[in-house]
Design a protein around this ligand. Structure first.
Ligand SMILES: N[C@@H](CCC(=O)N[C@@H](CS)C(=O)NCC(=O)O)C(=O)O
Length: 204
């Protein structure tokens, strides 16, 4: 069985969501945030980066949520969370999926952390975030999700960042992304993950 090292209020929910969609249970090891909202030192004993999520499976220890989602889809023979392989849509999906941590998260985390600390968001940071959110609005199109009614890996991956943006009122100028967040929260895998592990964003 997969072991998931799951930090409170974290990207580990992405992994729980996909596992729920795949009908797979896991051995979940929970870690509480420190008073500084960091991961506890015990996570560094699992993986040198000391971050969550990390999974262990049959002697393999794997960090990085996008890689973990890809691994689980392959491990359980799932092809329902991507468009058909080698179509143009498949590669567009891959770009969206990889872009969450490489492009969206760097633009979003500055405004999120400023809001978390009660500081105002600098204009340049807000402009960079708006550009990302405009891009997501176009990608969602007629929605409700990126590829219609069913969550793809990219939807699951985006959900953590959008949850934090919603929590800190950073979606007000982006009604299509706010509607997308509403739709993500109605997905059965999301509901199961949050029910068992708690919300992705910290409470107000
Ligand atoms: N790019 C990594 C990011 C991992 C990451 O930053 N995880 C956060 C939780 S969402 C964490 O462990 N933070 C605690 C810390 O840095 O102390 C991924 O997608 O898995």
């Amino acid at each position: 069985m997969i072991t998931l090292h799951a930090l409170q209020y974290s990207r580990a929910t992405r992994v729980l969501w996909l596992l729920a969609d795949l009908g797979q249970s896991c051995n979940r090891v929970d870690y509480e945030r420190t008073d500084e909202f960091r991961a506890p030192d015990t996570l560094s004993r699992v993986h040198p980066l000391g971050k969550s999520p990390v999974i262990e499976d049959d002697g393999l220890t794997l960090a990085e949520s996008a890689t973990i989602l890809r691994y689980l889809a392959a491990r359980f023979g799932d092809n329902s969370h991507t468009p058909p392989v080698d179509t143009a849509e498949y590669w567009r999906h891959e770009a969206l999926f990889d872009g969450v941590e490489s492009t969206l998260a760097p633009a979003a985390m500055g405004p999120i952390l400023a809001s978390f600390r009660g500081e105002s968001v600098p204009d340049a940071a807000r402009a960079a975030l708006n550009r990302q959110l405009d891009f997501i609005s176009v990608a969602v199109g007629d929605g409700p999700l990126l590829y219609g009614e069913t969550a793809m890996l990219a939807d699951i991956q985006i959900s953590y960042i959008i949850a934090l943006l919603a929590r800190f009122d950073l979606l007000a100028e982006h009604p299509k992304v706010a509607a997308y967040w509403d739709a993500l929260q109605q997905q059965p895998g999301y509901i199961a993950a949050v029910r068992s592990a708690g919300p992705m964003a910290p409470p107000a």
